[in-house]
Design a binder for this molecule. Structure first.
Ligand code: 4UW
Length: 566
């Protein structure tokens, strides 16, 4: 099947603006509502502190100036943000962009080794960190020779602290006149000029840095806006956002879903975002009520809690008008209970990838509830091919791998031509997702063909865990696969072949249990929590491989599922 754009993208898309020039500077766009300067952009969930449009613009300009005075950030220099969500997160992002730099956004609970990998592959020179995660950053920077004075804090620190904070840099920048000239891009340049590095393992191998230009984010926000507005017959009361809408901001801003669909898309519609550093269920429910949040962007585990947690009965969530789920499959059984918890909400699903930066499909806004299992329709401007195992194109209702062309597609994996060539082919992206497409225009994500595990929507690359497990002296061979889990969606499960001596020892159940513990610790010592082997470990004699030596993961995936049931 070859679909040449389900809907064309008719709205204008500037290709000579950076992200802050498009979102912060005066720029008229037919899909953008008018926005007074005092309109609120961010609300800090716990304290209620507000940041207006005008303040965000002013803080961004002062921070960029302070950063330039302090460090002289150069064109295309990469700056890492190692922080949970924060009301100044976007101030830092946009200041880096004003200086021509690239944002390398990172999960702040990464371990030192994981951060070292990210800083190295994205060639970071400077890091903004939340004080709670300073130790990891200092250790990683020390390993890489990044000087201590290139570390700044995203939130204010006690006066005795040796690192500058965003507030210090803003104070410095606002005391002096602008020390740098913000570059204007030439027509078409926004398609090449890098804005973000976001990590993804793609279809195989360890995490790589997806190179996302400014245009990708801007065009995807316009695609999402067009999708909602272009949907035929949309009644005004069903418009996704209206004045008075308030959006939750619990999805991590360092992940592509949080960064584009949750944050920038809502900023485009002038919808305030209630920022929470982390997802804690009761705080989330309190926040929805306290801030009269009307719009929720979530991942499936949050929906499991909304449907099953006893606390929910104590809350009136009838003012919620919209919920979108993405980043992992949403179980159809949850739709009924969810519509009881949120009786007045449109329930929508979106599908996307870091490499497509980001949304590829979304539920049409006219549907009050997404069709069970359907990730929705292609957003305007997206073309797709569905390719069957034998290389031929699938027909309606037939399964195959989804290959996507979106104007938002990223450029490739930074500094990794080999991996880029395998996934980015003439502007098309191989998704590694198995899908079915119906005549009504619905895309169903039916399975994952690629070597990727998704734990609570976060990526876990089997190759990364396999490489690390092979470093353990008892391990001769290994294969890591996903096993289903009701809350997390999937968990990593390892099949391990032991060296002869260790294999002899594990015939004793006590020894076997001790070695499993040791392997779990081997992973948990250096990997972030969602990568831990929480699905289980099974000792086995061989890892099944085909004639050319390729791991037969499908076989082991089924076996792991069976073992977990027993
Ligand atoms: N159903 C089944 C889904 C789904 C899914 C993603 O970490 P990444 O690279 O990226 C994401 C992005 C999610 C996203 C982006 C934009 C958007 O609007 C939205 O919903 C509104 C969600 O997760 O992982 C990409 C991989 O995650 C799986 C799929 O395997 C994909 O290749 N995935 N969304 N709705 N699976």
């Amino acid at each position: 099947m070859l679909i040449e754009a389900f809907q064309p993208l008719d709205a204008p898309v500037p290709d000579d603006l950076t992200v802050p020039q498009f979102f912060l500077d005066p720029y008229d766009h037919p899909l953008k509502p008018p926005r007074p300067d005092d309109v609120t952009l961010f609300i800090d969930g716990p304290t209620g502190q507000r940041v207006s449009w005008a303040e965000a613009r002013q803080r961004t300009a002062a921070l960029a100036n302070g950063m330039h005075l302090q460090w002289e950030i150069k064109e295309d220099e990469a700056v890492c943000i190692f922080s949970p969500n924060h009301i100044d997160y976007l101030t830092v992002v946009w200041a880096i962009h004003r200086l021509g730099g690239v944002v390398s956004s990172s999960n702040p609970t990464y371990t030192t080794d994981e951060l070292v990998h990210q800083l190295k592959i994205t060639k970071v020179t400077t890091v903004f960190v939340h004080p709670a995660f300073l130790k990891t950053v200092r250790d990683a920077c020390q390993k890489l020779g990044i000087p201590d004075d290139r570390i700044a804090l995203i939130s204010p620190a006690p006066p005795s602290h040796s690192h500058l904070s965003v507030n210090d840099l803003i104070a410095k920048g606002s005391q002096q006149k602008q020390s740098f000239v913000e570059r204007r891009l030439s027509p078409g340049e926004a398609k090449k000029k890098l804005a973000f590095f976001v990590l993804s393992s793609g279809t195989t191998g360890p995490p790589k840095a997806v190179a996302i230009p400014h245009y990708s984010l801007i065009v995807n926000v316009i695609q999402i806006a067009s999708h909602d507005i272009l949907t035929p017959g949309i009644p005004p009361e069903n418009k996704k956002t209206t004045p008075g809408s308030v959006m939750t901001g619990v999805l991590p801003f360092f992940h592509i879903y949080g960064l584009i669909s949750n944050v920038h898309s809502m900023i485009f519609h002038a919808v305030p975002i209630v920022v929470h550093a982390k997802f804690a269920f009761q705080e989330f429910l309190d926040s929805i009520v306290r801030h009269r949040i009307t719009h929720l962007m979530v991942v499936p585990p949050m929906i499991v809690l909304l449907c099953k947690h006893p606390l929910v009965k104590k809350y009136d969530l009838s003012h919620v008008r919209f919920l979108n789920s993405g980043a992992a499959p949403l179980s159809p059984e949850l739709l009924g209970p969810l519509s009881e918890v949120l009786p007045n909400a449109i329930i929508s699903q979106g599908y996307g990838m870091t490499e497509t930066a980001t949304a590829v499909t979304m539920t049409p806004i006219t549907e009050r509830m997404c069709k069970p299992g359907s990730a929705g329709h292609l957003v305007p401007g997206v073309k797709m091919r569905i390719v069957k195992e034998d290389g031929s194109l699938a027909k309606f209702g037939e399964r195959g791998e989804l290959i996507v062309y979106s104007p938002s597609n990223a450029i490739g994996y930074y500094g990794n031509d080999k991996a880029t060539k395998e996934t980015f082919i003439d502007g098309w992206v191989r998704t590694g997702d198995e899908v079915e497409y119906t005549e009504s225009g619905d895309l169903y994500i039916v399975d994952r063909l690629k070597d990727l595990i998704k734990v609570r929507g976060f990526q876990v690359a089997p190759a990364e865990l396999e490489g690390h497990l092979l470093d353990h002296p008892a391990v001769a061979d290994v294969c890591v696969v996903p096993v289903p889990d009701e809350y997390s969606g999937e968990l990593p499960f390892a099949f391990v072949v032991l060296h002869a001596e260790a294999a002899k020892r594990v015939s004793d159940p006590k020894e076997a249990a001790a070695l499993k513990k040791a392997l779990e610790k081997h992973v948990s010592d250096v990997k972030i929590k969602y990568k831990w082997l929480s699905g289980g470990i099974e000792f086995t004699d061989t890892i099944p491989k085909n004639a050319s030596g390729k791991l037969l993961r499908r076989l082991l995936k089924d076996k792991a599922k069976q073992l977990r049931k027993e």
